[in-house]
Every structure is written in C-alpha cells, then in structure tokens.
Design a protein around this ligand. Sequence first.
Ligand code: ADP
Length: 238
Amino acid sequence: MRLRIDAARRRSQESYRRQQRFVNDVSHELRTPLTIIRGYVDLLEACGASDPEIFKEAVTSIKTSAQNMQNLVESLLFLARADQGDQPLTKVPVDLDELLKRFVEDYRSPRVQISKLMPCKIFGDGEFLKKMFTAFLDNALRYSPPDKPVKVTLTTEDNFAILKFIDRGIGIAKEDCEKIFDSFYRTDKARTKTEGCESSVGLGLAVAKWIADRHDIKISVDSKPGEGSTFTLKIPTI
Ligand code: ADP
C-alpha cells in the first residue's frame, strides 16, 4: 500500500515538474518576440513614422516576431491535441514519390533538389506527411548557407522507402542528435544562427516525430558539425 502511494506521489511530482518546465519554456519563447514588438512600438511612438528607414525596420521586425508567435502557438496546439488523442489521421494508400514531387514543387525553393525518386507506395495521411516533410526541409534550409543546395532522395530497400533530406549546413554535435526531437530543444549554434529571424521555436522536430511515430517511420540523423546533416526516414511500404 505504502509503495503504491509513494509511486503515485512520484508520478504527480514528475508531472508537476514537467508542467513547470513547459510553462517556463513557453514563457521564455514568447518573451523575445514580445520584447521586440514592444521595443519597436516604443520607437515608432517616439519618432513617429517620419523616418522611412526606421519605419521599414520596425514593420519587418514586428511582422517576423508576430509570425514567430503564430508558429509557436500553432505547434503548441498541434502537440496539445496530439497529447489528448485529438489529432485523427486518415490513412490511405499513397504514392510517396508523387506526393513528394508535388510537395517539393509547392515548397517553391530553388535550393531544394530531388536527386533520386523511386516509385513506392505507403499507407499514410498525406497532409500529415507533408507537415513532417516541411519540418525537415525548413531546418535543412535554415541551418545551411543560402548558396548551398538541399538534396532530397527517395529510394527503396526491401519493404521500406528510404527518404533522405541532405544539407551541407552547420551540422549537429553527436550529443545533440538524440535531444533535438524534444520540445523546445535547440543547439547553441542554432540559437545564434536564428536569432532575430523567423521562426525557430524548437518544436518542428517534436511535431515531425509525432507524425513519424503514427506511421511507424524510423528517423535517423547522420551529421558532422561544419559539414552538414542527413535526416533519413525509413518508411514501411505496401
Ligand atoms: P527549430 O524551430 O529550432 O528549428 P526543431 O525542433 O525543428 O526546432 O529543431 C530542433 C533543433 O535541432 C534546432 O534548433 C537545431 O538546433 C537542430 N537542427 C534540426 N535540423 C537541423 C539541421 N538540418 N542542421 C542543423 N541543426 C539542425
């Protein structure tokens, strides 16, 4: 009896700690964009809209900060719904090569190249799969120099499709590779690189991992700091 009470107490303490950490993380993430918005509004108030350069800078920064907050709230809502089992997937047979090709076309970045595309069929929810691809591509572009291409390859191996997102960017240290899928985790390099720009909140990979798990997709990361990263998705085919 006593043991059961102790275990219940530990669970409730752990859940309380998790909640506190979460509130702390969210507050922290909201504080930066709010401070930026407040600062620029004060500046506009002080010098009016008379200086076109300041006006332009203020509008751009306020817009980026608002977008960051919107991204944060949308990812939080997604994960909260997922947590409550309120994120239903509609899985159907999907031609992954066609979905991927259309997705990259719609993504509209001249830096993204599909260099291999083998036909394969999987069982999945197209909208969720595209949301997952977005997280990997956004990161590949965000964490690599603007003159470097990002490659996407789709091949097959036994009963699996192997999808890779390959960048030649800042890379990820070995000790960070496991942690980057945790909510709000960002490497120090990523923090410096994305300071002040849209829209690093540290939730993209948590969302991607949730979607991957619902499709029995295994994700592995191969990365060298300073050389680049490859995210590999091993997807069961039908
Ligand atoms: P964020 O919004 O910060 O990009 P993610 O959850 O998508 O959040 O990624 C978590 C962290 O993983 C990033 O902050 C970054 O440190 C690291 N990361 C993810 N993808 C890459 C990549 N392709 N190259 C370098 N670092 C990456």
